[in-house]
Design a protein around this ligand. Structure first.
Ligand SMILES: *Cc1c(COP(=O)(O)O)cnc(C)c1O
Length: 437
């Protein structure tokens, strides 16, 4: 099999999509093209590349062959048309906003988001002249009420950080389309193995590939995936894509590249000018990780389900927010959007609040205390004092990261070992707090 594009299954595509044996050496694994620049055939070839009249490589800030393989792989797994890989998940969010917005424009986003996204949207966006309104995604009509004439997109996490929250993607997509704007879904926590937002009407998907797509906690990265289905010329809202671009002699991206307009703009203008490209080494690690994505996600959700059920039945635990539990308020949405499992990042509250929670985090031996998710290793953190620290308490509670909340990212270890570790940490913490009373 060389470069498959037939109706292959998800597991086959995870290994093969975008990659073919190297045509000059026969290398079966995609090489790390650790080069800054690429030689032109002649002056005419160089000119046509710079004019965007020919696809090809110029300079690795704009495109690199290793990175391209990853872009095609993830676009295929999401069922999208094209993709732009970036230095990190936050760079992907910046890049997509840069293609859609101009100064004075506005974004509506769910308020159940990765803490860093709330900070990026409400503080850093303002420096570009972009405004953002955060709304509670539990009620889709909240998005509609927040839309203004200058709103250019709706942004949600389908399966939301810090965990256990599921948003009604189909309903929010319908609201976006009525307003003539695209829906952007951050699919980091679900991955295309558990949820494919384009099948529910989303127009653009973003990922922090730092998490499950690379999967081993060893490579920063992000990606913007375009479904290719949004019509950028249906109204006057998207001049970056639908009006002539002076930096390319008046070329119009939508007219010239059709359903690849956003992908082309993201490379030719976004990466060119923002500069947040993915390193070839990180693309290589992420390509390798993506090959085992289906196997890993299967085990991640199995382990998470077991740990969540253990915590739910434990008298020392106040509550567990995991959409895989029957009693969870997002269970019906999870059945619809995440039929293979509700992810492996979720939160719980310990009886005794802040102090017991903090001690449980410190008492774990197998769980690593750090700020990441989607690693092979199990991770634990207290969001209010770390990832969501920059938010005020009202925003923390709105984001599901209140003072009593502990977040878990369940890894691929033997699940009995994970449960035993939490059990001893809970016992230790409860005793310490009782002794102090
Ligand atoms: C980590 C994360 C981000 C940010 O990605 P980086 O790669 O850390 O820049 C965005 N969204 C979600 C859901 C995340 O988990």
């Amino acid at each position: 099999m060389n470069k498959p594009n037939g109706p292959y299954g998800f597991e086959t595509l995870s290994i093969h999509a975008g990659a073919a044996p190297d045509p000059t050496t026969g290398a079966r694994v995609t090489p790390i093209y650790q080069t800054t620049a690429f030689v032109f055939d002649d002056a005419e070839h160089a000119a046509s590349l710079f004019n965007l009249q020919t696809w090809g490589y110029i300079y690795s800030r704009i495109g690199n062959p290793t990175v391209s393989v990853l872009e095609e792989r993830i676009a295929t797994l999401e069922g999208g048309r094209g993709a732009i890989a970036t230095a990190s998940g936050h760079a992907a969010q910046m890049l997509v906003a840069f293609s859609l917005m101009r100064a004075g424009d506005h974004l509506v986003a769910g308020n159940k988001l990765y803490g860093g996204s709330v900070t990026q949207f409400t503080r850093t966006f303002a420096k570009f002249g972009w405004d953002c309104t955060l709304v509670d995604p539990d009620e889709p009509l909240n998005f509609e009420r927040a839309i203004r004439p200058e709103t250019k997109a709706i942004f949600i996490e389908g399966l939301a950080n810090p965990g256990g929250i599921v948003v009604d993607i189909e309903a929010v997509a319908a609201i976006a389309h009525r307003a003539g704007i695209p829906l952007i879904v951050d699919n980091t926590l679900a991955t295309p193995y558990l949820c494919r937002p384009f099948e529910w009407g989303a127009d653009i998907v973003v990922h922090s590939t730092t998490k499950y797509l690379s999967g081993h906690g060893n490579a920063m990265g992000g990606v913007v995936v375009d479904s290719g289905r949004f019509d950028w010329s249906q109204n006057d809202k998207f001049p970056n894509l639908a009006k002539p671009e002076p930096a390319y002699h008046g070329l119009t991206f939508h007219e010239t590249f059709g359903d690849l307009a956003l992908t082309a703009h993201g490379h030719a203008v976004g990466l060119r000018d923002l500069g947040a490209c993915m390193a070839p080494m990180n693309a290589f690690l992420t390509i390798t990780g993506s090959e085992t994505l289906p196997l890993r996600m299967q085990r991640h959700v199995e382990n998470a389900q077991c740990v969540a059920e253990f915590l739910e039945s434990d008298p020392r635990v106040a509550w567990v927010s995991y959409a895989g539990l029957e009693a969870n308020k997002y269970r019906a949405l999870a059945r619809k959007y995440l039929p293979k499992g509700a992810g492996a990042v979720f939160t719980f509250g310990v009886k005794g609040g802040y102090e017991v929670g903090r001690r449980v985090v410190e008492g774990c031996e197998l769980f690593s205390h750090l700020a990441n998710v989607g690693d092979t290793r199990s991770l634990i953190i207290h969001p209010a004092s770390t990832t969501h620290r920059q938010l005020n308490e009202t925003q923390q509670i709105a984001a599901g990261a209140g003072p009593d909340v502990v977040r878990l990212s369940i890894g691929l270890e033997t699940v009995g070992d994970l449960i035993a570790d939490l059990d001893q940490a809970l016992a230790q913490a409860s005793e310490q707090v009782k002794a102090a009373e």
